[in-house]
Design a binder for this molecule. Structure first.
Ligand code: ASP
Length: 436
């Protein structure tokens, strides 16, 4: 109480004393208005971006700063805080949830794509193909092998998320076994190490709280820059495909997540009220990884899920559970097929279902990762992106508006992770029901 009083009357009380959601929404609204103005007045846009980019980058960097330590220490704490037996059971449940919801997301996208046929009649030819960016996908076996770090310290310094997750999980499981050891001295030291890891994780969450106080400024700049750069390009068929993706995102949130929550006897509205901070951060940062610290905090503090579940389900979810990316991949692949006059047939649709699910799992939780995965999807449905081809031109069109699509899909990706953590906690009877 006394601390709050001091906060109210202290440094920049007009800012820190105002509700955080209100401040963030103000930043979002103002950013959109300023960005749209700049899109129509390109003479000011360059200067604005040059002088304000710093503040947006600062926000993303502050979030990124805590990502590796948060993943590392919270995964160790998570894996070590439950017995190996429990970890197996909860792990199977959460992975089952991730796969099932992603498959449903792809189905929703396919239905929307088949009914509304985005890109039909666009008639793109190979002429504009020079703008296409061609990237290469490593083979699947390489992707899987890369999950196992040859040098965990190198993965930590480079910030390679999948190897870090793999190593932290193994480390945590080993620590959990040692805490149970018959050798008392060993068990005591293992518990000490566990306490240290859990305190470091706790310290990270404190830092997250501080970083969020800066969020309104970061949000304003990030949104203004995206709108300034993308605004005029969002026209015609691209508006349509963007709208269709967003309809897919909303349908998945309301029908799938709403349905799953209701099935578990939890209020959808209360969930949204508790989850907004993480969903909104995902929307503006376009990165599940960068949002992870916020996801962890709100799932525990606002939604009442225990750390034993959040600290390992959310880092894994931020990397492999990407329902928004799956929706985007399926709808945009249909768009590209239609746009080049080669609509996908039944067999290609079946392949699309499978490959969109896998590609979404493989996409990293960083901005634009889904657009790279799109190359794998297009290859899989027989529409390879080759320099100079019509497919490459259509792909370039989608790349042009990727930032807008990325905002929505990342928001869905993160929201899905939160739902997973909450329902598995409920199922494990560890959810703090006083928050509901
Ligand atoms: N940006 C997305 C995420 O971080 C991944 C993607 O590009 O689809 O969740």
């Amino acid at each position: 109480m006394a601390a709050q009083e001091v906060k109210k009357r202290g440094f920049m009380s007009w800012y820190f004393g105002t509700n955080l959601l209100l401040r963030i929404l103000l930043g979002l609204g103002l950013g959109a208005v300023v960005g749209l103005f700049l899109a129509h007045s390109p003479e000011y846009a360059g200067g604005f971006i040059t002088y304000t980019k710093f503040f947006g980058d600062l926000f993303v960097r502050l979030l990124r700063m805590i990502v590796v330590p948060v993943i590392f220490f919270s995964l160790i704490t998570g894996a070590a805080s439950i017995t190996p037996h429990q970890l197996g059971r909860v792990g199977v449940k959460i992975m089952g949830y991730y796969l099932a919801t992603t498959a449903v997301a792809v189905c929703i996208a396919l239905i929307l794509g088949v009914v509304f046929q985005p890109g039909a009649g666009l008639g793109i030819s190979g002429d504009a193909a020079a703008q296409a960016k061609v990237a290469t996908m490593p083979p699947l076996s390489q992707v899987i092998l890369a999950i196992v770090p040859t040098n965990p310290a190198e993965s930590l310094t480079k910030g390679d998320v999948l190897p870090i997750i793999f190593f932290s999980l193994i480390f945590g499981i080993a620590l959990s076994v040692l805490r149970d050891s018959k050798n008392e001295a060993l068990a005591k030291n293992a518990t000490r190490l566990f306490d240290i890891c859990s305190t470091v994780a706790e310290t990270m969450y404190k830092i997250v709280g501080g970083v969020m106080e800066y969020a309104p400024v970061g949000v304003f700049v990030l949104i203004a820059v995206v709108f300034a750069q993308q605004g005029p390009k969002v026209i015609g068929p691209l508006v349509f495909v963007t709208l269709l993706c967003y309809i897919g995102f909303v349908v998945h949130v309301v029908v799938t997540y709403g349905g799953v929550l209701t099935l578990f006897g939890l209020s959808f509205v209360k969930f949204l009220r508790g989850a907004w901070e993480a969903s909104l951060t995902a929307f503006v940062t376009r990165s599940s990884n960068a949002t992870l610290p916020i996801s962890l905090r709100v799932t525990e503090e606002e939604l009442g899920a225990p750390r034993s579940i959040t600290s390992f389900s959310l880092p894994i979810g931020a990397t492999v559970n990407m329902d928004g990316t799956a929706v985007y991949l399926a709808i945009c692949a249909i768009f590209i097929g239609n746009a080049v006059g080669a609509p996908l047939g039944f067999e290609q649709m079946v392949t699309l279902t499978l490959i969109s699910t896998l590609a979404s799992i493989g996409a990293a939780g960083v901005p634009g990762a889904g657009a790279i995965m799109m190359l794998m999807v297009l290859e899989g449905v027989g529409l390879p992106v080759q320099a100079g081809s019509a497919v490459a031109a259509a792909y370039a069109l989608i790349l042009g508006i990727d930032a807008l699509l990325d905002m929505g899909r990342t928001c869905l990706n993160v929201t899905g992770d939160l739902v997973g953590a909450v329902v598995v906690s409920k199922n494990e009877k560890t959810l703090d029901m006083s928050k509901w």
